[in-house]
Design a protein around this ligand. Structure first.
Ligand code: SF4
Ligand code: SF4
Length: 281
């Protein structure tokens, strides 16, 4: 944990969903680092630890390279005492629990797209891979090889190609009419901007769409992914969606994040499509 490097500049608060929701500085990376610098232990700062959605915004913008997501994870593991090791298997196509359990209607279009671009579409992840437990700090993360991973949260556990990135490399296969709003999978774009900005730029040039790459081109999120885990309990996702769309004239929303698909479908009042539903026949 490199919290000592934090200089308290507050840049990390600009796009922090915990700050947007609460206006409470102490629930941001800055507040957490201040508490650690003052000598507080994990057990004395539980609210600060669970407020974080792990979106990675603060890591991407921090001028001192403070590893805030790693700090939150370390603190969560400290709260659990001795985290167990997670259970895994090799996989061709990792759907993730959100798609399997809450959005099974999207699976056929995902499998069709994956097969058409030459990947195996066998679904082998019958059991949960444990990525939500990684987010909770209940397990020590381990890495497993996979072909295609459909949910950005599963990339906590699997090394594979992210479905959304693959889709953006095959734009010629898509039919994206009208003004569309692409919600960026925040963890990935904040953690690896050099990989994802180019893909989103290409999509914007080709289709003239809006994206939520604002605030110095860093992604802001609904915090929805953490609603799946323990950390987002009670999070006001509706308000987060309204904030993100406040100035958007988008006629429809297309996303490659299952959690954001749920958030926008439930709260945006606009048509929402998963990216693989837009593939031309
Ligand atoms: S941006 Fe970095 S240095 Fe500045 S307050 Fe946040 S964590 Fe600390
Ligand atoms: S990872 Fe996201 S939610 Fe957590 S402190 Fe950083 S900006 Fe806030």
């Amino acid at each position: 944990m490199n919290h000592e490097a934090c200089i308290g500049c507050g840049l990390c608060m600009l796009g922090c969903p915990a700050f947007e929701e609460t206006g409470c500085e102490v629930l941001t990376a800055k507040g957490r680092n201040r508490a650690l610098q003052a000598g507080l232990r994990a057990a004395e700062m539980t609210e600060l630890i669970w407020a974080c959605t792990m979106c990675g915004y603060c890591d991407a913008i921090c001028p001192k390279d403070v590893q805030n997501v790693a700090i939150v994870l370390a603190l969560r593991r400290e709260l659990w005492g001795t985290p167990r090791r997670s259970r895994h298997e090799q996989a061709d196509l990792v759907l993730g629990c959100t798609l399997r359990e809450r959005l099974p209607e999207l699976i056929p279009s995902i499998r069709r797209f994956v097969q058409r671009i030459g990947y195996r579409a066998d679904v082998t992840d019958a059991d949960c891979c444990g990525s939500l437990d990684v987010e909770r700090g209940a397990v020590v993360p381990t890495r497993v090889r996979a072909g295609v991973v459909c949910d950005p949260i599963c990339l906590e556990q699997y090394d594979g190609e992210f479905l959304g990135a693959l889709a953006m490399r095959h734009l010629d296969m898509f039919d994206l009419k009208g003004r569309v709003y692409y919600f960026v999978p925040p963890r990935l774009v904040n953690r690896a901007p050099e990989r994802f900005y180019a893909l989103y730029d290409a999509m914007r040039r080709r289709f003239g769409c809006e994206t939520n790459l604002d605030l110095n081109r860093l992604a802001r999120c609904t915090g929805m992914s953490s609603v799946q885990g323990l950390s987002g309990e009670g999070r006001d996702v509706k308000a987060a969606v309204e904030r993100l769309l406040a100035t958007s004239r988008a006629e429809r929303i297309i996303t490659c994040s299952p959690a954001d698909y749920l958030a926008f479908r439930d709260y945006s009042g606009r048509p929402v499509l998963f990216i693989t539903e837009c593939v031309r026949d």
